[in-house]
Design a protein around this ligand. Structure first.
Ligand code: SF4
Length: 487
């Protein structure tokens, strides 16, 4: 597919709209008109009478559709939206597909919803979603509900708040759909002692910076990877370092992702409990053993029950379970059964993800993409109804590019057990200091929408070999806080 950009700067938006309809196709962007036999989308801005005409002509095979919109004035925001709408209209008309999120391509719909509510109120925000962005009613209500749930949590964050992220990029085996930098424990065994030692050193550096800046720790989150794929001793070393360098007791929440049940045992649960961990994740993804095998996870549904029971016995009263809609080999019926089984276990959080298509492309077999899309959309609708019915409400959400059917990932909770970190991180509310391989520290000004990122090295071996460079990069944290007037 060729995307022609004629006389406008909206390459990013038009390409993203095109990707909603053709997520896996190669898109060649050019400032020329395409050859007449190519599948193409020609997007043009033509100035006229103090405004401009934003037009699109899309050709797929023998069919061509053209749409245009006139924009009064020359504001880039209006012109960009009009062009996205015209392109979207052409693509709906040619493909017959009506995406549930309309032209909305951003990863944080609830953040946009909140900003629209604050500028024009709830009705205005919802109308903007449905009338301008063409988001359907169900997704508009979802984004609205999430933005309202987030308000309460966001209001807890103060000017000097920050969260701490600890990256453990190791897993027992690699899931077939994984898009993270995660190494199997067996493969990375040699690296783990040095990794753990330097991670503890980085935690010390962050605690020193936080103290010097007078920052207050709100939440701690261990992610990865699967943090509990560390052995007992290493897990204890890292959690001891957190306890030594940070005031864990004053943090509102301390989460460790114990994602894979095959990495859990009563001893690790005890280590986490005595370290002050308040929330863990035990992620089935599905309760169907055949699907678990398909996706390369080395555990069974029975092991999930066992790990869950042991965690409850150890006193964990805030447990999350992740599921994925659209897994290879899963069916609507088996997905629904998984959600029902999860609800019966009654975890405080259930997170429902949509499979990312970049991986699905390699592993979805036997079904055409549109069938997978429709089935995944039905799975999400089912989980939404079932979870509402059972007292869960949506409290956080995000979208990934190239997820099946361009759908969303939603965190559900009950008994006021929202995961605070998820909201602070996804909505970019305050600074997150992130330690470990692949971690990204995000500096956020409490006074304006100023955000800056500091990247750690992606792979554990690089993190180990080039650790000293990271120390140097942290100097930027002081400069940032100086620039925003906090020192
Ligand atoms: S558990 Fe998560 S991080 Fe680990 S391999 Fe599977 S998808 Fe990747």
């Amino acid at each position: 597919m060729v995307l022609s950009i004629i006389n406008h700067p909206f390459k990013y938006e038009t390409e993203n709209v095109l990707r909603i309809f053709f997520p896996l196709e190669k898109i060649t962007v050019t400032e020329e008109y395409p050859a007449s036999d190519e599948n193409s989308a020609v997007t043009v801005r033509a100035f006229s009478d103090g405004g401009c005409i934003m037009s699109c002509e899309v050709k797929i095979g023998a069919k061509t559709v053209k749409k245009e919109k006139y924009v009064n004035g020359a504001a880039d925001g209006d012109a960009e939206l009009a062009l996205a709408q015209s392109l979207y209209d052409c693509l709906v008309s040619l493909t017959g597909t009506v995406p549930s999120w309309g032209v909305l391509t951003g990863v944080r719909p609830s953040k946009l919803m909140r900003s629209l509510i604050s500028s024009g109120g709830g009705d205005y925000a919802k109308r903007y979603f449905t009338d301008k962005l063409y988001v359907n009613k169900e997704k508009t209500e979802l984004a609205f509900a999430v933005s309202k749930a987030e308000d309460k949590i966001i209001s807890l964050s103060r000017n000097n708040s920050y969260s701490l992220y600890v990256s453990i990029p190791f897993c027992p085996t690699r899931c077939s759909y994984c898009s993270f930098v995660s190494h199997s424990v067996a493969h990375a065994k040699k690296l783990i002692p040095d990794y753990v030692r330097l991670l503890c050193e980085e935690l010390r550096e962050f605690s020193e910076i936080a103290n010097n800046l007078g920052l207050h720790l709100e939440t701690i989150y261990f992610g990865g990877g699967t943090p509990t794929s560390l052995g007992e001793e290493d897990l204890k070393t890292v959690t001891d370092a957190v306890k030594k360098y940070f005031d864990v007791s004053s943090a509102r929440e301390y989460t460790i992702e114990a994602g894979r049940p095959d990495t859990l045992n009563p001893e690790k649960l005890k280590i986490m409990k005595s370290a002050g961990v308040t929330r863990i994740s035990i992620n089935p993804q599905t309760f169907n053993n055949d699907v678990l095998k398909n996706i390369g996870r080395n555990h069974t549904a029975e092991m999930i029950y066992k790990a869950f029971g042991e965690a409850r016995n150890e006193g964990f009263d805030n447990i999350n379970m992740d599921f994925i809609a659209g897994l290879p080999g899963d069916t609507f019926g088996s997905f629904c059964e998984s959600i029902e089984k999860a609800v019966a276990l009654s975890p405080e959080n259930i997170t429902v993800h949509t499979l990312a298509l970049k991986r699905a492309a390699n592993i979805v077999t036997g079904k055409r993409t549109h069938e997978v899309k429709n089935e995944t959309a039905e799975m999400l609708s089912y989980s939404s109804d079932a979870l509402y019915k059972n007292g869960y409400f949506p409290y956080y959400m995000y979208r990934q590019s190239k997820s099946v059917g361009n759908n969303e990932n939603v965190g559900w909770c009950r008994n006021e057990k929202e995961c605070l970190y998820n909201i602070y991180m996804m909505e970019e509310i305050h600074t997150v200091f992130a330690a470990g391989g692949g971690a990204v520290t995000k500096l956020k000004s409490p006074f304006e929408n100023k955000i800056e990122r500091i990247f750690n090295f992606k792979y554990p071996y690089e993190y180990i070999e080039r650790f000293d460079i990271l120390k140097d990069r942290k100097k930027r944290i002081y400069e940032f806080y100086k620039e925003i007037g906090m020192i």
